[in-house]
Every structure is written in C-alpha cells, then in structure tokens.
Design a protein. Structure first.
Length: 229
C-alpha cells in the first residue's frame, strides 16, 4: 500500500459540511493510474450461503479507478451531518450522509454505470431494480454504524443490498440476529463489492465498528430497491 494525500478533497468538503477530513488515503498499488471500469459480475462475484436463507456475494476490486472515484465523490457530493434522538439525548450520527432517490441525478457518471451493471445482474433475481443510491463517508476510525438490518422501510421477505467500498478498507461485520456463532468480518475498500441477499436484511445484522487503529476515510455506496432502507 502507498500513502497519498490530496488536500483538495481530503481537507475540505463542500459548503454543507466544511469540517476537515484529516485521514490520508491509503491508495491501492493495483489501482494507480487505472481508468474507471467494472469487472464482470458473473465471473468475479463469489457467493457464500449463510444461515436462515441469507447469502452474500463478494467481488474484490470490482471497481477499477476506485481511488480517483473516491476523490471525486468527496469533492462533489453534498455531504451532510445528521443528529438523531437516542433515548433521552440527541446525538451526532458518526458519519456523513447523502441519499439519491430513484429519479435524482447521481453525483458521478460512474455510479450510474455501476447501478446499471448491478441491475443487469441482480434485478432478474429479485424482480426489481436497485434504483436508490445512498452514500456514507466514514472520516476516520471514530466514525461507525451500529448493528442493524436494512428493514426499517418497505417490508420484504428477501431483497438485495449492494455495497461498493471506496477509499481505505474498513471491516464490515455480519452476525445472525438469532442464535449464536462468531460474527463474520470482511475488510472492504478500494472498489470492493459486497452484496447482501436473500433474507440477510431480516435474519442477519451488519455493522462498521469503531476502531482505535489509525485509518483514513472510506466511502460506502449502497444500491437498494425502492423503499428498502
């Protein structure tokens, strides 16, 4: 791995959120100088069956030119900080967010290409499009997301949620909601694709835990069907 630091994108976001993003990008040697491109899903996505009718597909390095895409998204996405009520307190959400609905223009043409490729592969399996795009920016190891399933919106028995990870790798954790067993750990970054399918959003939970290690920023790009969140 090599360390890169781009002051234009890593220090200053846009006017909606102008605090510093201070971590340096740990650029991938395999991605240096690559133009944007996508790997063939049929050949690269490795499926692992989980308990309770859930499964995951993993395609390492699915996005080529991922580090440059990361830089563009840091600069061009209107990131926002949110606060949410937790019990009797209102707390900061420990990451920056942006959401694009079905008809909204995306901040980079690469995301549209990725969505079309995911639709071509997964829409026949679930009978609907992955039409919404959510983005999360984890600025450093203090940013996180707690254990959850994407089941607070439209209730479906089975669905697909596809996550493209850009920037520095972080551990995406998976665990069963019921029963015992060790949580699964997937270090994802630099254009890796992880897809959760089947009953995964109902019967399993996923999280990005905080870490005390020095880590740079990561962007998670989530492609979901309408109403799934």
């Amino acid at each position: 791995m090599i360390a890169r630091f781009n002051p234009e994108s890593n220090i200053r976001l846009n006017s909606r959120y102008d605090e510093a993003v201070t971590g340096a990008i740990q650029g991938s040697l395999f991605d240096v100088g690559q133009e944007f491109g996508l790997g063939p899903l049929a050949a690269s996505a490795r499926r692992t069956s989980l308990a309770d009718g859930a499964w995951i597909d993993l395609a390492p390095g699915w996005v080529r030119g991922a580090d440059d895409l990361f830089e563009r998204l840091v600069r061009n996405v209107p990131w926002r900080a949110e606060r949410r009520r937790m019990y009797d307190n209102v707390v900061d959400v420990p990451r920056l967010l942006c959401q694009y609905g079905e008809e909204e223009p995306l901040p980079d043409p690469a995301l549209g290409e990725a969505r079309r490729a995911l639709d071509e592969y997964y829409a026949p399996q679930i009978g609907e499009s992955l039409c919404t795009v959510g983005l999360c920016l984890y600025r450093d190891g203090r940013d996180s997301v707690a254990w959850h399933g994407d089941n607070s919106g439209r209730q479906v028995r089975e669905t697909v949620v596809a996550i493209v990870s850009l920037g520095n790798p972080r551990h995406l954790m998976l665990r069963r909601k019921q029963g015992s067993g060790q949580a699964l750990r997937f270090p994802v970054g630099h254009g890796d694709l992880l897809v959760m399918g089947g009953t995964c959003q109902r019967t399993w939970e996923h999280a990005i835990p905080k870490t005390s290690r020095v880590v740079g920023p990561r962007i998670s790009v989530q492609f979901r069907p309408s109403g799934v969140r």
